[in-house]
Design a protein around this ligand. Structure first.
Ligand code: G4P
Ligand code: NA
Ligand code: NA
Length: 189
């Protein structure tokens, strides 16, 4: 997606060989025009799949998932993060490690919001190692819903998440793929 690449070149701040800050468009501020275009592009790629629900995780996935859901005309659900393990039987809960943050978090979705009748697209802002995505995929599988695929704004293809999830047979659609951040330079695939 050329527009997203241009924006990333304009506002992206490379903070290490592995991490790019995109606060101006994804992780702190939201550009409504760009976000709507991203939603449109996710919807275009999945429209034929009879999507019934868009799933994401708080917080930065929410605007783009909302935009995709709006375009597809379906509800959006965001998984919530909790600091303590929730053991109630009304939620699907999965523990995921965070590579960048160095700790584990518990993510959860209320059982009433995902069912075996759902056909789900999973949207997120970044994929790095894919731990968050794998946790969400486990929740989708436990609910009996069908996972149609992932829609990722920024895939860092020098990290293994996108590749390993594709290798497991899941469709992964990325709007842009960054192949390297080495030396402060943003290289797109
Ligand atoms: P993984 O899920 O793919 O394994 O990634 P990881 O644990 O490393 O990601 C932890 C958080 O950092 C996630 O946000 C993820 O979106 C974000 N992230 C990963 N790589 C980058 C990067 O290069 N730049 C930026 N800006 N973020 C990155 P989160 O914990 O879900 O937080 P939130 O922003 O959704 O609230
Ligand atoms: Na994030
Ligand atoms: Na995220």
């Amino acid at each position: 997606m050329e527009l997203l690449k241009e924006k990333i070149r304009e506002v992206g701040v490379v903070v290490s060989d592995e991490v790019i800050k995109l606060d101006a468009i994804l992780n702190h501020a939201v550009d409504p025009v760009l976000t709507t275009e991203m939603g449109r592009e996710f919807a275009r790629r999945y429209r034929e799949q009879r999507v019934t629900k868009v799933l994401t995780i708080e917080s930065s996935g929410i605007p783009i998932a909302f935009a995709a859901a709006q375009e597809l005309g379906v509800p959006m659900v965001f998984a919530r993060r909790k600091k303590t393990l929730n053991t109630d039987t009304e939620t699907y809960c999965e523990r995921v490690p965070s590579f960048t943050k160095g700790f584990v978090t518990d993510i959860m979705v209320g059982k009433e919001f995902l069912s075996e009748n759902d056909r789900v697209v999973l949207i997120d802002d970044f994929i790095a190692n894919g731990d968050a995505a794998r946790g969400l995929i486990r929740i989708i599988r436990r609910s009996g819903a069908e996972l149609l695929g992932l829609g990722i704004a920024v895939e860092k293809s020098f990290q293994a998440g996108g590749r390993t999830i594709r290798e497991s047979g899941v469709r992964v659609e990325s709007l842009v793929r960054i192949s390297s951040l080495a030396g402060g330079r943003i290289e797109f695939e």
